[in-house]
Ligand binder design. Sequence first.
Ligand SMILES: Nc1ncnc2c1ncn2[C@@H]1O[C@H](COP(=O)(O)OP(=O)(O)OP(=O)(O)O)[C@@H](O)[C@H]1O
Ligand SMILES: [Mg+2]
Length: 96
Amino acid sequence: MESGGKLAVSIEKSARETLCIVIKDSGCGIDSKRIPHLGEPFYTTKERGIGLGLTICNKIINEHKGFFHVSSKKNDGTSITITLPMKTSELYVVEA
Ligand SMILES: Nc1ncnc2c1ncn2[C@@H]1O[C@H](COP(=O)(O)OP(=O)(O)OP(=O)(O)O)[C@@H](O)[C@H]1O
Ligand SMILES: [Mg+2]
């Protein structure tokens, strides 16, 4: 959101053993034909973008056995929903 806006993050327990994290912005939105390319390495529309942000997010989410879904309309903001399993037995345990 280059000229500011509203960013909302919420968490909801949707289905049984499933957690959804919803990140919603009031930015520029994404054209529907570009949505399938999100997460492809080096896909960017930014002058100084690398196109690795969503690729890295996708890898982290997949390693937690989840997935993300993008809902967006050009000039109307974007909402990204990350769905993660809550069953701890299915997750990696990282010891600090
Ligand atoms: N919330 C969003 N609103 C509008 N466009 C988005 C949003 N998130 C991602 N995009 C689009 O998806 C493209 C890819 O995003 P991604 O985060 O992977 O790379 P980047 O931001 O361009 O570069 P990097 O994150 O590597 O610095 C962006 O260039 C932008 O066009
Ligand atoms: Mg990025």
